[in-house]
Design a binder for this molecule. Structure first.
Ligand code: SAH
Ligand code: SF4
Length: 373
């Protein structure tokens, strides 16, 4: 998107509006005109002037009344492994991050944020140390996708594994998904979208009942209830037995295999009893376990101990024990670590934009900084 300057914010923003909402705001324009505008927005155009199939007076009228977008790329970093991380500035000056990951087969996955910060404070996650600034609106989520697509057009998958807890922002997430999957526009397949949650029971039930049918990943971390509450405070009011019940319910309603994610913290949740507890939690559910070796974040301490990555022996032993219990186990690829763009490392650009040590940072323009290149 060529949005070098932040748009004026005194006008309503069109990006991220579902088709029906767009029709409402553009009244009395006929539906075929609404369709045209709906199709232009995802192209990341510089202004309404580029909507060449609209008559000039209409383009000018729209320009006076509306803004197309509300965010700009404030910084860009690339890891030699292909990962791209964008720092994105919101209209009120808050910053968020969005990441593009490339797997071994060259498939591209957009990892999107749903909140600026996160209120849940998991002890191993950088975003959690920031607290919550605010929920993102549908347009701000949509524009992360558009910004990433302007860099790599062929995005195959979307995961909500960036900053924030998606199930605490379901209304705006649903609007975004309505726009993204609408066949009058991008028509992105729901099957290629995965939502990761720390385990908000009411949100999972809501999703099971009202949809949309997305892939669901639960950040289990450990099946040991007491340890989980110490690592993830959200677990105090969303206890494991109830969480398991609602996963059953989701599976019955949506008929899809669930992913259990476990970020592995060396020596803390990699013990024999942890693999046993994880296997016990998984029993009876149709799941695949995704192990995520903890990605380092500076100065993270848990009950007086510095967090560390699991050793390759710990990781191999943990995997083997789960497999012996009949579980299907995958391991998250270590991607984007040199640019702090891996899981749990987002949130560095809270106030001041990217630190100059990490990247060249120029307000309002797209700057590419190749790290280690
Ligand atoms: N809030 C949601 C989604 C964003 S976090 C959730 O918690 O699921 C996405 C994933 O990153 C979660 O599975 C989380 O456990 C994991 N994670 C957080 N911090 C991490 C870190 N430092 N290293 C590796 N994974 C981390
Ligand atoms: Fe929030 Fe997820 Fe990080 Fe926990 S792991 S603090 S829920 S973003």
């Amino acid at each position: 998107m060529q949005t070098a300057v932040l748009p004026q914010q005194d006008k309503p923003v069109l990006s991220g509006l579902p088709w029906e909402a767009l029709r409402e705001i553009l009244k009395p324009l006929p539906e075929f005109r609404v369709n045209q505008v709906f199709q232009w927005i995802p192209r990341g155009i510089a202004s309404f002037q580029q909507m060449t199939d609209l008559a000039l007076p209409l383009r000018e009228d729209l320009e006076k009344r509306f803004s197309l977008y509300s965010t700009v790329i404030a910084g860009r970093m690339e890891d030699p492994d292909g990962t791209v991380k964008l720092s994105i500035r919101l209209h009120d000056g808050a910053y968020i991050e969005a990441v593009l990951l490339v797997d071994g087969a060259g498939r591209k996955t957009a990892c999107l944020s749903t909140q600026a910060g996160c209120p849940l404070g998991c002890v191993f996650c950088k975003t959690g140390t920031r607290g919550l600034t605010r929920n993102l609106n549908s347009g701000e989520i949509f524009e992360q996708f558009l910004h990433l697509r302007s860099i790599r057009p062929d995005i195959a998958n979307i995961v909500f594994m960036g900053m924030g807890e998606p199930l605490l922002n379901l209304p705006e997430l649903r609007k975004f998904l309505a726009v993204l999957t609408d066949t009058r526009g991008i028509g992105f397949s729901k099957r290629r979208i995965t939502l990761s949650t720390s385990g908000i029971i009411a949100g999972i039930r809501d999703l099971a009942d009202q949809g949309p049918a997305l892939g669901l990943a639960l950040s289990l971390t450990t099946g040991d209830a007491a340890l989980r509450s110490r690592l993830m405070p959200v677990s105090w009011c969303n206890p494991l037995p109830k969480l398991k019940e609602v996963l059953y319910y989701y599976q019955q309603r949506q008929g899809r295999r669930i992913t259990l994610e476990a970020v592995l913290l060396g020596g803390i949740n990699t013990r024999h009893e942890d693999s046993e507890a994880l296997a016990a939690f998984a029993q009876g559910l149709d799941v695949v376990v995704n192990l995520i070796p903890w990605n380092p974040v500076d100065a993270m301490v848990f009950e007086g101990r510095s967090l560390r990555e699991p050793s390759s022996r710990e990781l191999a032993a943990f995997t083997r024990r789960l497999e012996q219990r009949g579980l299907k186990v995958t391991q998250r690829l270590r991607k984007g670590r040199s640019i702090a763009g891996a899981c749990g490392q987002l949130g560095g650009a809270s106030q001041e934009g990217y630190s100059r040590r990490e990247a060249v940072y120029t307000e309002g323009s797209v700057v590419s900084a190749r790290i280690n290149a």
